[in-house]
Design a binder for this molecule. Structure first.
Ligand code: HEM
Length: 236
């Protein structure tokens, strides 16, 4: 398959969606794991140390560029596929199968992806922009640490940023809605991505489906509990 076919043929497009999707899933595992450190209830010490250690590693900084490229490619390709699917069949089927053919969220991946994109724009504005572009300056660094690679001597208090952002109930609600969109997007996306790369052996299909649903629910619920627990003062 040529590079052109990869982005223009329907199988190539599905493959690109699967590879970028699996990459984004691995990012979510790291992200939710690191963020879960806020529940250590140590005034953000563990979370800030982890976040700043990650930010100081050159390889993570390079992966960040790959991550943003992955998000952009996944989004554009997803919108192209959704538009192609919508234009293929203008007249509905004579028999309406409703949920028997496929679940509503499998048929709404474009919509769920768009909601997630809106969530991500808000989210990047809340954390990534102040952290990378200096808007976090009003937050006192916890301590100075000198990483051996010479990078990242500034110690951002991202934990305090979280505490401040999640004092607003409207923002907490928008985050929870974002996490619900993520849950449904992953509920179909996880299984679909692994099927596309060839994991559709009958023996493993059921396992993959359960794994996908479990992952979608656990990861999204953990993310949603973060703004909720901060807002309700469960995290100190
Ligand atoms: C709802 C709970 C969440 C919290 C409290 C949270 C917190 C954060 C924080 C503090 C950062 C900044 C990290 C830094 O600048 O070093 C960040 C970055 C980011 N988050 Fe989240 N996040 C949450 C959910 C999500 C979800 C559900 C997604 C994806 C769907 C996501 C995607 C991202 C991305 C793409 C970045 C920028 C990447 C980077 O900093 O390298 N986050 N998040």
């Amino acid at each position: 398959m040529t590079w052109k076919q990869m982005f223009t043929s329907s199988i190539g497009q599905k493959f690109v969606m699967a590879i970028t999707g699996i990459f984004l899933i691995t990012f979510l595992v790291v992200h939710v794991g690191l963020n879960a450190c806020i529940w250590a209830n140590d005034n953000g010490e563990m979370f800030n140390t982890g976040a700043n250690f990650m930010a100081s590693m050159l390889v993570i900084r390079i992966m960040e560029v790959v991550l943003f490229a992955g998000i952009i490619i996944h989004t554009i390709q997803g919108l192209v596929l959704t538009a192609a699917n919508n234009s293929k069949r203008k007249v509905g089927y004579a028999v309406e199968y409703g949920n028997r053919g496929s679940k509503w969220y499998s048929r709404s991946m474009g919509l769920l992806g768009t909601l997630l994109l809106l969530f991500l724009i808000m989210h990047i504005y809340h954390f990534w922009v102040p952290s990378r572009l200096g808007g976090i300056a009003n937050i006192k660094p916890l301590q100075e640490i000198d990483y051996s690679n010479g990078l990242g001597k500034q110690y951002h208090n991202l934990y305090l940023e979280m505490i401040q952002v999640f004092q607003n109930p409207l923002i907490v609600i928008l985050y929870v809605l974002g996490c619900i969109s993520l849950a449904y997007h992953l509920m179909h996306g996880f299984e679909s991505a692994f099927r596309t790369i060839g994991l559709h052996n009958n023996r493993y299909l059921k396992m993959l489906r359960h794994l996908g649903r479990g992952f979608a629910i656990i990861v999204s619920a953990a993310f949603a509990m973060m703004p909720i627990s901060i807002y309700l003062g469960w995290v100190k």
